[in-house]
Ligand binder design. Structure first.
Ligand SMILES: Nc1nc2c(ncn2[C@@H]2O[C@H](COP(=O)(O)OP(=O)(O)O)[C@@H](O)[C@H]2O)c(=O)[nH]1
Ligand SMILES: [Mg+2]
Length: 498
């Protein structure tokens, strides 16, 4: 009797009704546009489950105007005046979306969990947001900001990092901010698609994220055909796949698009760079805080001209400027499944193989003899300078050099230094507040050079900045250097195969 009543009530909630007919992927977005059904469901919650859900509202006639989508999963309107204002201007309504989304999500989760318990339905879909872009563009920084934004709104988030090697600076940064992180080392998402699913499943077991934020390898492209589309096609019931966003460092983009002077990579590396932009639905021009108008305007114009299908956002992941507009858009949109990238895998593979990679884990400690602690910020900054000098001498164009230093056994304290071009200065993005007695250093370098050169430069710079200048001991616990292999995607969907 109870189950029957439950099912009847739940059927009045349209998405769950859809659910029961096995078409769950339509999700909850449509739910609250029906005023009376919402009231039913509120009563249902209170009477049947006894839950006190603060869901006051009703949305009289609040169907979004043609061509616009609801933001997030649902809408709550305080009164019909606001609901009606949606048709005219979205602004009013957007103000309450975040709160509404969180409340309603909790409510639906409860309903669904009850259903899962009673009639064994699978749990609801999470949003999968992939944030690509070239090495050093600011993906990790933006993802951390996005994760904090979601966390503040009580939306559960899980981070997925990816690299060709192991020992990732990006994961160390995610963990230091206490977000759940799963790492896919040893190959890109597209070539390790099953590991991506395993990582998402592992995060689901940990904290059931509402939103996955995934950072692919910065030299990777063709992600829509090899990751987004297969995810949508094979796992469409589990994930709502957002449009691919590609983050851009404006100085690097200016150099590559010929707007400013600067060293460039070889043709095939540039080929990857352009392909990344070509497949982006959202181009996110980052580091607005560094950009003067003299470059900003021509850069935006050039991107618009060369990549006319993309929507362009301008943000600073560091200051937060412009970020919320992109957050809201990417949280609401679903990928366009009709865009396909033409790509020559030989050129792509050659471009990737021109880049040398080095990942190292180094233990550093005081030698004794009077030195009992050291300044970690100072140490990694001077190590970055020593490395830059040696790489410059070797003729390497640095794509991204990043290092973190954490006190042994404390992953929440972290110093991080970055160099995003050979002609830029090393920059401390995270600082340690106290000196250390011993620490773990992670070094990740991606540069256009023979990988053996990266090892020589790293060992020499460690000797110079750690041993000689500071009389500290270091031990290389792990070091790998290589050129990425030819990309061989697990799946690749094309216009013919979709
Ligand atoms: N000035 C400035 N620097 C930024 C911004 N976003 C990222 N960075 C810096 O750019 C460097 C590379 O950032 P990261 O997020 O690691 O790039 P990723 O390789 O794309 O993940 C780091 O030094 C960041 O602190 C920004 O909005 N403004
Ligand atoms: Mg990164």
């Amino acid at each position: 009797m109870l189950v029957e009543g439950l099912l009847k009530d739940l059927r009045t909630l349209s998405p769950i009704g859809v659910d029961l007919r096995g078409e769950r992927k339509y999700g909850f977005k449509r739910l609250l546009v029906f005023e009376d059904e919402v009231r039913d469901s509120e009563e249902f919650m209170k009477e049947r489950i006894g839950a006190d859900i603060p869901l006051t509202l009703a949305s009289g006639g609040a169907v979004p105007p043609a061509g616009q989508r609801l933001v997030g999963d649902t809408v709550r309107y305080h009164d019909t005046t606001k609901a009606n204002s949606y048709a005219g201007g979205k602004r009013n309504v957007e103000l309450i979306f975040d709160e509404a989304r969180a409340i309603y999500k909790r409510f639906l989760r409860l309903v669904l969990e009850t259903l899962v318990w009673r009639v064994n339905l699978p749990p609801m879909a999470s949003r999968y947001i992939m944030i690509g872009g070239f090495l050093g563009a600011g993906k990790t920084t933006l993802i951390q900001r996005f994760a904090r934004f979601l966390d503040d709104r009580k939306t559960r988030v899980g981070l997925i990092t990816n690299d060709q090697g192991a020992g990732l600076v990006d994961s160390a940064i995610g963990r230091s901010n206490r977000f759940p992180v799963e790492e896919i080392p040893g190959g890109c998402f597209c070539c390790r698609f099953n590991s991506l699913i395993e990582a998402a499943t592992a995060l689901t077991t940990k904290n059931r994220p509402d939103v996955f934020l995934a950072e692919p390898v910065g030299s990777c492209t063709d992600l829509v055909a090899t990751v987004s589309l297969p995810l949508q096609k094979i796992y469409g019931n589990d994930y709502v796949v957002a449009p691919l966003s590609v983050v851009v460092d404006p100085i690097r983009a200016g150099q590559i698009l010929g707007l400013v002077e600067g060293k460039k990579f070889s043709e095939n590396v540039l080929y990857i760079y352009r392909k990344q932009l070509e497949e982006a639905e959202f181009i996110v021009v980052n580091k607005l805080d560094l950009l003067d108008e003299a470059l900003r305007l021509p850069l935006i114009a050039a991107l618009g001209r060369e990549f006319p299908e993309a929507q362009i956002f301008e943000i600073s992941a560091r200051s937060g400027q412009g970020c919320e507009a992109w957050f809201e858009t990417v949280l609401a949109a679903e990928m366009n499944t009709a865009r396909f990238l033409e790509i020559d895998y030989d050129r792509y593979g050659e471009g990737e193989a021109l880049l040398g990679w080095l990942n190292a884990t180094v233990e550093i400690k005081c030698e004794g003899g009077g030195v009992e602690e050291f300044d970690g910020n100072d140490l990694i900054e001077s190590l970055a300078l020593a490395l830059r000098g040696r790489l410059e001498m070797a003729g390497a164009e640095v794509a991204h050099l990043k290092m973190t230093l954490t006190p042994q056994g404390d992953p929440y304290e972290i110093a991080a230094v970055n160099l995003v071009r050979g002609d830029s200065a090393p920059e401390l993005s995270h600082r340690l507040y106290e000196p250390l007695e011993d620490g773990e250093l992670l070094v990740n370098i991606r540069a256009e050079v023979d990988p053996a050169t990266l090892e020589e430069a790293t060992l020499a710079a460690l000797e110079e900045a750690v041993a000689v200048s500071r009389s500290l001991l270091f031990r290389v616990a792990h070091l790998e250097h290589f050129r990425p292999g030819m990309p061989v995607p697990t799946h690749r969907l094309t216009a013919e195969t979709v």
